[in-house]
Design a protein around this ligand. Structure first.
Ligand SMILES: Nc1ncnc2c1ncn2[C@@H]1O[C@H](COP(=O)(O)OP(=O)(O)OP(=O)(O)O)[C@@H](O)[C@H]1O
Ligand SMILES: [Mg+2]
Length: 373
């Protein structure tokens, strides 16, 4: 492991880090496993994560760090068999020593070492997002009961108020008509809000079929172009051979519309650009908690804008309902995206850098969609 890194340019004077130095500088736990599942290397972050020193761990069996029924072992076996990298999201690692952690794991085969596998664990980053996403679902559920109650208790009286205002309007003076209009407009606004909240109250499994996501994106783009994103430039980076998503067309349309609307609201009018992209990424999976099952999520759909990015303090709560920085915003758009993607068994990620704010949905392929051509 302690090999000097090969460099393209001449080394800068006095600085030639070896591989171990570089790996120790990485805050993510990294382990190398040999063909017999023995630990061949661990960086300092891995020592901390597993609460084991390199000197005591190297040469030992991985099952001394992890329970032997850990999903990590089947992940390693699959990487050996397939010889390509796999990213698995939502893997629970739990031992009496280190407690419970939810991580995502990048597992890659080592080209030079037969059956050697490198594991890189990501705690709190993407895994944290998923963890939060599960919490979002909880948050969405607490909104559920309230939404159902509000819908029931508010919508009927509101339609009564609206009807009465319309009746009054008929015999009203111009001055009073402005007031009856106000009553109608405001009741419409409340009904629209209650309608949006009602979407969260549906906990039934969604109806799914193979969906051509390019048709959905095209529809979303057309709706945006004819309304809120009239002056913005759209760039499409599609993988035309993408297999169908196993999804619900209406819900995916709603989720993508919300992402495009947020992007349009974030960018400036004169050089605003929204990039819609699709792609196929092999080896992305989500561990279904408690079942030992994994869902493959090879279809990646991106909505990117060149706006100012997501404020740092907003990020931990980005997908929570009622989180908004907009005057008149409801903070329900991203909560809906999280709910829709969650109902599809997928993952939503956000990379909120200035000039390159990217929301990425990772979704499953339709079972009949067959293999990637
Ligand atoms: N593309 C983006 N660029 C910058 N900030 C964003 C972006 N998307 C979302 N945000 C931030 O996240 C917040 C929450 O977004 P969300 O869509 O949930 O609610 P909203 O847009 O404020 O209201 P609405 O309910 O009308 O969608 C926004 O108020 C904004 O601050
Ligand atoms: Mg929004």
């Amino acid at each position: 492991m302690a090999k000097t890194l090969r460099r393209a340019a001449p080394p800068s004077a006095g600085f030639s880090p070896d591989a171990a130095m570089v790996l120790n500088a990485i805050a993510r736990p990294i382990l190398a496993i040999d063909g017999a599942n023995r630990i061949a290397y661990l960086n300092q972050a891995a020592e901390q994560f597993f609460e084991a020193s390199a000197s005591s761990a190297i040469g030992r069996d991985l099952s001394e760090l992890l329970p032997s029924d850990s999903p990590v072992f089947s992940l390693i076996a699959q990487v050996r068999a397939d010889r390509h990298s796999i990213t698995e999201y939502g893997v629970a690692i739990e031992t009496p020593k280190i407690g419970a952690h939810l991580v995502s794991i990048d597992a890659s085969a080592m080209v030079e070492a037969p059956d050697g596998v490198v594991l890189s664990l990501h705690e709190r980053s993407i895994a944290g997002k998923i963890d939060r996403q599960l919490v979002h679902r909880g948050a969405a559920r607490s909104v559920t009961a309230m939404a159902a109650m509000l819908a029931h208790e508010l919508k009927n009286p509101l339609s009564g108020i609206r009807g009465a205002a319309q009746l009054l309007e008929q015999g009203a003076s111009d001055e009073d008509r402005a007031l009856t209009r106000l009553i109608c407009d405001e009741t419409d606004r409340i009904v629209a809000l209650v309608d949006r909240m009602e979407m969260f109250s549906d906990d039934r499994p969604i109806a799914r079929e193979p969906v051509n996501i390019h048709e959905v994106l095209e529809h979303v783009r057309r709706v945006a172009r004819s309304g809120f994103a009239r002056s913005l430039r759209f760039v499409e980076r599609y993988d035309p051979s993408l297999p169908p998503v196993y999804g619900n067309r209406d819900l995916l349309t709603q989720a993508l519309l919300n992402l495009v609307k947020n992007a349009a609201e974030a960018v400036s009018e004169d050089d605003g650009e929204i990039v819609l992209s699709t792609g196929y990424r092999q080896g992305v999976r989500l561990a279904v908690s408690g079942s030992g099952r994994r869902v493959d999520l090879p279809l990646v759909i991106g909505v990117q804008d060149n706006g100012p990015g997501i404020p740092e303090d907003l990020r931990p709560h980005l997908f929570d309902p009622f989180v908004t920085t907009k005057v008149g915003g409801k903070g329900l758009g991203l909560a809906l995206v999280a709910k829709v993607v969650g109902d599809h068994g997928g993952v939503v990620e956000c990379d909120g850098r200035p000039r390159r704010t990217l929301f990425r949905l990772m979704l499953p392929m339709a079972p009949e969609g067959g293999q990637r051509p």
